[in-house]
Design a protein around this ligand. Sequence first.
Ligand code: COA
Length: 157
Amino acid sequence: MTVHVRSYEPADAQPTRRVFQEAIRGTAAKHYSPVQIEAWCPTEYDETAWGRARERAWTVVAELDGDVIGFCDLTDDAELDMLFVAPSAGGQGVARLLVGEVLAYARGRGHTAVTTRASRAARPAFEQFGFVVDRANPDSVIRGVAVPNFSMHIDLT
Ligand SMILES: CC(C)(COP(=O)(O)OP(=O)(O)OC[C@H]1O[C@@H](n2cnc3c(N)ncnc32)[C@H](O)[C@@H]1OP(=O)(O)O)[C@@H](O)C(=O)NCCC(=O)NCCS
């Protein structure tokens, strides 16, 4: 499996949203209730607003045979906000590849640490990448619904 990582382009709005939906409904759904999943990943969404949000951050996508299978980003304040891999491509190092790119970019920008708010599904992967848990956020709310996560960070020094 040869995965290619490249910068996000405007045409990636729909494919990255598909990956987001598949990852949440296929992988993260094992860790959250249906109500939490619908709040996190509503069936109805605004593709233009989604695309703008991806372009506001520094976003990279992973491609396999021309299909987007994952994406990850870094905000201006050194937060890794999004990390999603399609279940069909899971467990093969795609997230490790994407996070490696983001951490290299963060180092290049002079950041000394990167933070994230990891889902229950993603926490073990972030721990494998060297992130540590700072606190649990049991009351983190998305669209009025509590969707617990963990504040984590990695030192880059
Ligand atoms: C979390 C996620 C991004 C991982 O993507 P992936 O491409 O399957 O991850 P990788 O194959 O790169 O694995 C990364 C490491 O984490 C480990 N890992 C991943 N999930 C794990 C789990 N549930 N338990 C233990 N270890 C796990 C892997 O063994 C691997 O370790 P290694 O590289 O030392 O072998 C993906 O499962 C996903 O999109 N999840 C649902 C969406 C989500 O919650 N996103 C995060 C929002 S904050």
